[in-house]
Design a protein around this ligand. Structure first.
Ligand code: FES
Ligand code: FES
Length: 151
């Protein structure tokens, strides 16, 4: 099947098998390795990215399910909120092993794009699809709240 999508602001037009997963397409075909493999079952959120304005787990999406002219933002993309959250994660030590970090940053970006004034409960809910085994979440929440102050 032919796909025409925009990934991190770049137009992509390719022939690919319809059963190719979005995660594999990004990592292996486009070389965008920032989006991580984790559980491969839609449970851990490590592979999260923003597809047409919504956070999704890319391990669970086949390319046949990606609508024509879709717009995808990954951790490698350029976006003011994404850049701000990346800075705050660094500043607040919100990443340790890093396995969850791209997915967590994408979830935080999506949350603040849709709800810049999210309260604590909404932040927790917005990030709950991404599992972190290292940080205890406190620093992650702090980083997101600091980012909110600059929006
Ligand atoms: S790798 Fe996709 S949700 Fe875990
Ligand atoms: S930083 Fe290690 S799993 Fe989150």
């Amino acid at each position: 099947m032919k796909i025409e999508i925009t990934v991190n602001g770049k137009s992509i037009s390719r022939d690919i098998p319809p059963n190719r997963r979005l995660l594999d397409f990004l990592r292996e075909d486009l070389g965008l390795k920032g989006t991580k493999y984790g559980c491969d079952q839609g449970e851990c959120g490590a592979c999260s990215l923003i597809l047409n304005g919504k956070i999704i787990t890319s391990c669970m999406i086949l390319m046949a399910q990606v609508p024509l002219n879709s717009v995808i933002l990954t951790i490698e993309g350029e976006d003011p909120i994404l850049q701000l959250i990346q800075e705050k994660f660094k500043e607040f030590g919100a990443a340790q092993c890093g396995a969850c970090t791209p997915g967590m940053i994408m979830a935080a970006t999506s949350l603040l794009q849709l709800n810049p004034n999210a309260n604590q409960d909404e932040i927790e809910e917005g990030l709950c699809g991404v599992l972190c085994r290292c940080t205890g979440y406190t620093k992650i929440y702090e980083a997101v709240k600091e980012a909110q102050k600059q929006l």
